[in-house]
Design a protein. Structure first.
Length: 125
């Protein structure tokens, strides 16, 4: 099975942000990385090498458009150079990031409600 990964670094005011997509078959997972100041290429590379185990990816989203096929190496180089020129984020990536954000909010809300209930029970005692 072919696994592909893409990293797009763009300016999302006021910070520089990296959108890291990895796709395995029809599963697409996305991670958002905030860099702060304008990162150099070697800084991005070093960050990924040092922190790739700690990246928090979104839950997998099915990408029905993907097809496994062999690509001519020169065509692949052209496609990579074209993608490097693009600065937009794909809609599937946006959906995956939104899903990750919603799950994080739900998790935080559950922990917050438990603390409030405990405080109420403590004050009643």
């Amino acid at each position: 099975m072919l696994i592909t990964a893409k990293l797009a670094v763009l300016f999302d005011e006021p910070y520089w942000v990296g959108i890291y997509e990895r796709q395995e078959g029809t599963r697409l997972e996305v991670c958002k990385i905030t860099f702060g100041a304008d990162p150099k290429d070697y800084e991005v590379y070093r960050f990924l090498n040092d922190n790739w185990k700690n990246l928090s990816f979104s839950p997998p989203v099915s990408d029905d458009c993907s097809r496994e096929r062999s690509i001519n190496p020169k065509r692949m180089q052209r496609e990579i150079s074209n993608q490097l020129q693009k600065t937009d984020v794909g809609t599937k990536a946006q959906q995956a990031l939104k899903l990750q954000q919603e799950q994080k909010n739900r998790k935080e809300n559950r922990f917050g409600k438990r603390k409030v209930k405990r405080r109420r029970n403590d004050s009643l005692s």
